[in-house]
Write a protein that binds this ligand. Structure first.
Ligand SMILES: Cc1cc2nc3c(=O)[nH]c(=O)nc-3n(C[C@H](O)[C@H](O)[C@H](O)COP(=O)(O)O)c2cc1C
Length: 207
């Protein structure tokens, strides 16, 4: 049952409508407002979240940042002014596979909550891992107004397990080329789930 929910999320259930149509990957979600991330070299410097940190952000339905708490501002390395009005991919790390975000968007745009591990990149190129929970914000008619995300300090053991999965997904995406990238990355994840017999959420919470 859970598995079927996962598969339908991956297979693009969002395009069937019923909610505000989510922005498609990737061209419609280029940075639009605020700061545009260009030419940032990722470094090997890691920033670690503290146990009691919560990184919070909110976006409109297209993923444009409308709110960031002080810890979000601190970890991202951008000013509040630079963040507000920018696409949330302003902190995207190039080590993250596109299929991971496709799954996240399909899940939240269909009205469900999403959990996952994400490697983010700060303005100075340093990186920080988070365990994220993204939820849709609804109006009284269950139309999606936007999204909220709360991120916590990930368990260190979890990163050691998810990192090789993302690396494999990314390699498959690069080998497949731009057009087939998401399908190729998704196939790697699906293979893994099939091998383990777990749904995506079960996998995430098993780490
Ligand atoms: C509420 C919310 C929070 C998000 N948080 C992150 C995040 O922390 N890091 C990230 O890279 N993408 C995050 N995203 C996804 C981005 O919008 C985007 O899909 C992703 O960075 C991939 O960018 P790309 O499509 O330009 O490759 C978030 C989206 C929403 C709606």
């Amino acid at each position: 049952m859970r598995r079927r929910v996962f598969l339908s999320a991956i297979n693009g259930a969002s395009s069937s409508g019923g909610v505000d149509s989510p922005p498609s990957l990737p061209s419609q979600r280029r940075p639009q407002g605020g700061m545009v991330k260009r030419g940032i070299e990722p470094t090997s410097v890691e920033r670690k979240m503290r146990e009691d940190d919560f990184i919070v952000s909110k976006t409109n339905a297209k993923g444009i940042i409308t709110y960031g708490n002080p810890i979000f501002i601190e970890f991202s390395g951008y000013t509040e002014e630079e963040l507000l009005g920018s696409q949330h991919n302003i902190i995207r790390h190039p080590d993250m596979p596109r299929a991971a975000f496709k799954l996240a968007w399909d899940t939240i745009a269909s009205g469900k909550e999403f959990f996952g591990y994400v490697k983010n990149m700060a303005k100075d190129g340093s990186f920080y891992w988070v365990f994220t929970h993204i939820t849709p914000d609804f109006d009284s008619r269950r139309n999606i107004l936007g999204y909220s995300s709360v991120r916590r300090c990930p368990r260190p053991g979890a990163i050691a397990k998810i990192e090789p999965v993302y690396r494999q997904m990314l390699a498959a995406e690069r080998a497949a080329g731009s057009r087939e990238a998401i399908a190729a990355g998704t196939a790697v994840l699906l293979d893994l789930l099939q091998q383990t017999g777990m749904s995506y959420e079960e996998l995430v919470f098993s780490l």
